[in-house]
Design a protein around this ligand. Sequence first.
Ligand SMILES: Nc1ncnc2c1ncn2[C@@H]1O[C@H](COP(=O)(O)OP(=O)(O)OP(=O)(O)O)[C@@H](O)[C@H]1O
Length: 597
Amino acid sequence: LELEVKQALIGFLDQLSSSGASQLDPSLGWRVETDPCDDRWPGVECDKRNLSVRKLWLDKFNLAGGLHAGLLCDDASLALSLTVLSLNFNNVTGKMPPEIAKCKKLTRLHVDHNRMTGSLPASLSKLSNLKRLEVSNNAFSGHLPDFAEISGLTTFLAQKNWFTGKIPKFEYSNLEVFDVSYNDLSGSIPKESEFPVTSYVGNDKLCGGPLPNKCPKHRISTEQMLMYSGYALLALAVLLLIAFKISGRKNSNCEPSVKKALDADDASTTSSSSIKLSSIDYKPNGGASSVAKAEMSASVSASLILLSSPVVNGLSYEDLLKAPAELLGRGRNGSVYKCVIGNGNKCLAVKRVKDWSISSQDFRRRMRRIDQVRHANVLPVVAFYSSAQEKLVVYEYQPNGSLARLLHHGTQLGQEFGWGSRLGVAAKISEALAYMHRELSKEAIAHSNLTSSNILFDQDMEPCLSEYGLMPVKNDRNRSSTVQPEAAVTKDVFKMDIYAFGVILLELLTAKLMERNGIDLSRWVHSVVREEWTVEVFDRALISEGASQERMLDLLNVAMKCVDPDPAARPGIGRVVAAINSIKEDDERSKLSLSVT
Ligand SMILES: Nc1ncnc2c1ncn2[C@@H]1O[C@H](COP(=O)(O)OP(=O)(O)OP(=O)(O)O)[C@@H](O)[C@H]1O
């Protein structure tokens, strides 16, 4: 790398270490005579060709100086290459400098557990690529800046500081984790924010939302009173109309999930364990239905091919188009709609696969072949439709959400997901995958888009693999589902599934969100294990539950083998199943011996 870049990095670290360069731990090995990428400076991650510095992971580096972001971000090439600056668990002091905003490409900025002070600079809101901002456990104060322009922000952690003023604006649509607890914030909790009470506690002047203290009502003038009563009458009329329409429907099987969803919304202040996860998947959205229909009807008419399930007896393509639909989500290979058919009796999930240049004939052949291979933990396709422009695949709607939801939002909904259940999911899914791999080995049909959002829970909370074989597999980064490190691109579609399954195991063990590309979680785990802080990777809930660390380590070992960058070094699915089952047996045996003694 260029000398300026090295000097900028060393200067930055120099300021971060308490007393200047002379005190820098020489074992850190950031020296100008060496190269940060080729010589792998600790904490530095470069791009795959070692041409630029992408990430600085400086957690627990015992840093006790100031964060002089200008030293980093004034360097033009670092400003354009740096995506992660992580300084968690140090003793960094001083303010967050406004120059940090010059590192425009940052997706993660972490300064959790430090001793930083002052207010956050307004320029932070210009970091438009930010996905994760962690400023928690410091002594920051003042008003929080406005984050509404950072549309991709998924995690905002600012708990345990001295922030004052109102909760600022956020773009809530992508925000998944939010915590401003234990500050000195005031005012009302914005209506759009739907986080649990734990995200806000410890702010005595905060009111509304899930908090027990309601916000004081404003006094209203007679004019406003008249206006509001007009609105109230209008709302009443609309409600009556809706109630009238609903009462016209008979025997709706889908209604309970909607009702539960609404109940769950109402009950978000309580930690009721009866809330099903369907509630967070369901988003009442009137507008979505017309979008869905418009999108789905873009195809030319051809017939819907029904498979052997009684669920879709007699269903036609037109019925499907007419059915009320709601967008459940958009993924890498298309969108999924929830459709209600048969007078509200049945709920289907319709996947509209995008950009798949497979011929209609091959698509049909593939769907029929997949249909011939049934496993209790694989969600069968109940119908499909194929024209030159459109490919739709229909499944039964699964009311209990996905593994991703359970892992990342389960606690918020009072859902327990302990070690035994996690091992159970790992065992069942690995067995289902092994069965499918074996049966479809000749045709080389792998899942090819295995993610925790494609593992769904049925009525009985049994996990099932969804969307098996739906993803067009291509050996390039953007299209491959289980995107792996570049070095790992493989022609063996089954080895791609093993990698993806390894990431799922890591998610089960850490309860951490996998980045959409699946790289970050495995890299993070690798780096923690390398530093011998292995136990730190485990989900705290598992530790506090008293799950056996030995068996968690065994499972971690299996996961690490699955995510090996070299596809040839990854185990076959048979070995994975055997290893997981043996861990499960050990676990059950030890429980048994505990209950006997
Ligand atoms: N049969 C189903 N029943 C209930 N929810 C479903 C069903 N199939 C998919 N979903 C949900 O619909 C949403 C969108 O699914 P989709 O597969 O398009 O995207 P994804 O799984 O988030 O991403 P990816 O493209 O990586 O698969 C997800 O939340 C998924 O869990």
